[in-house]
Design a protein around this ligand. Structure first.
Ligand SMILES: *Cc1c(COP(=O)(O)O)cnc(C)c1O
Length: 431
């Protein structure tokens, strides 16, 4: 009989107890799609008809969401296309615990409405003593737009020409600022700006002076810039967009500004992202004086930019909890990474794969610490592995350099080393 006619009908496959149970967890559409894909493979002769149910079971995703976990072996610590910072276990637990109904905006002692996100705000001002108050919005760009709208709409934002930053994917901070109705008053030249340039530009129309951290490029050579400590002497509020969200200085990233020192130097308001070097969820942090934060919080736009309870929970646990995966990655030493790379490479050679261990250079990425090289180590494989690993059941993103596929270990948790071994061995069988 024609094998195609032996392909079981969808309803019969769906009666398989495991697939039936999976439908409760993943939804009928997800399971049905896995069954249809398996039937399709059988129709094309790629699968024996009696294995349709088993193939559908094996192809079921872990969750009802199409996005998948990807192991970041790219050597870019904060990879924007991979969702920037991975959450800590503490943050994931906090998200799970509050994902149902939670007291995000309820005072349980009085039974009345309470201040939304109070715990997250308290965590931020405990961590950054120079901040009198804090407010959280959707991302760094939202933090800047709220500040520009509430403090400078119809007025001027004074900023240096060398700080007109394009964040990425065509988004430009100057466009974001003017979209709020504020006007830009650019001062200085691309490479140099002096306090007197700012002084000359100030007037009755000034909303605030803005300092933007050039977080994804560096201007070197004949340069000069004005520090926050100097800007504070001007008769206008100083807003500093520090970008990466470091709350305190990091020893490996000395040029990266942090919230505590920037506020202590005299900034009235600091804006930053939650999912860069802070290592938390996507969020925009606003830290500063009681007066300014109160004005931002009360502005109507604040409601449009507010974050949900999952973000508040993850952010609070990130700030209060143990070291984040991002902080732990930054703390890894090249020797420890090379040791792991040797280990993985040896296990792969045992399986007949042309694998080696090598020093590597990783970067922070994601709009932080431009030009900083982080000494790391990588497993090197034939270049063909790059695609095979990216399309594996647990995808691994490496990078190709000089015709070798590199799996850089800086951003890989040691607990994932065995997954790298298993996935690479399986990929070898498929390529
Ligand atoms: C990343 C970055 C932003 C944008 O922050 P998002 O969280 O991506 O919206 C703004 N300013 C600077 C300096 C940045 O580095």
């Amino acid at each position: 009989m024609d094998a195609r006619r032996r392909i079981p009908a969808t309803d019969r496959v769906l009666a398989d107890p495991l697939l039936h149970g999976a439908a409760d967890r993943l939804g009928h559409d997800v399971v049905r799609r896995a069954v249809h894909d398996a039937q399709q493979q059988a129709r094309h002769g790629h699968l024996p008809p009696e294995q349709v149910a088993a193939a559908a079971r094996a192809a079921l995703p872990d969750t009802a969401c199409g996005m998948r976990r990807v192991i970041n072996a790219s050597g870019v610590l904060l990879h924007t296309n991979l969702g920037r910072a991975p959450l800590s276990d503490a943050a994931i637990d906090a998200v799970r615990a509050t994902a149902g109904t939670s007291d995000v905006e309820l005072d349980l002692t009085t039974g009345r409405r309470g201040p939304r996100g109070r715990g997250t705000r308290d965590a931020l001002i405990d961590a950054v003593p120079a901040a009198e108050d804090a407010h959280v919005v959707n991302n760094g760009a939202a933090a800047l737009s709220l500040a520009a709208t509430a403090l400078a709409a119809g007025r001027e934002i004074v900023l240096a020409r060398g700080e007109l930053v394009e964040i990425g994917d065509g988004f430009r901070i100057p466009d974001l600022l003017t979209a709020t109705g504020a006007r830009l008053r650019e001062v200085g030249t691309t490479n140099r700006v002096h306090l007197a340039d700012y002084q000359d530009a100030l007037g009755p129309d000034t909303g605030f002076v803005l300092k933007v951290h050039p977080s994804n490029f560096r201007i070197t050579g004949f340069t000069s810039h004005v520090t926050v400590a100097e800007l504070r002497t001007l008769p206008a509020p100083v807003v500093a967009d520090i970008g990466s969200g470091l709350l305190h200085p990091h020893p490996k990233l000395p040029a990266e500004p942090d919230a505590q020192r920037t506020l202590a130097a005299g900034a009235d308001l600091v804006t930053a992202s939650g999912d860069k070097l802070l290592g938390g969820p996507q969020a925009g942090l606003l830290l500063g004086t009681t007066d300014l934060i109160t004005r931002l919080r009360r502005h109507p736009l604040a409601r449009a930019l507010r974050v949900d309870k999952l973000t508040l929970a993850a952010l609070e646990a990130t700030v209060r909890g143990p070291a984040t995966p991002t902080a732990r990655a930054l703390a890894r030493t090249p020797a420890e990474l090379l040791d792991r790379a040797h280990h993985v490479a040896a296990a792969l050679r045992d399986r007949g794969i042309d694998a080696d261990a090598h020093d590597s250079t990783a970067t922070v990425g994601g709009g932080g610490a431009p030009g900083v090289e982080l000494p790391s180590a990588a497993i090197t494989l034939p270049a063909r592995f790059a695609t095979a690993l990216r399309t594996a059941p647990t995808p691994v993103l490496g990078r190709v350099e000089q015709d070798r596929c590199l799996l850089d270990l800086l951003a890989v948790a040691p607990t994932d080393d065995h997954t790298l071994i298993d996935t690479t061995a399986a990929a070898d069988r498929c390529t």
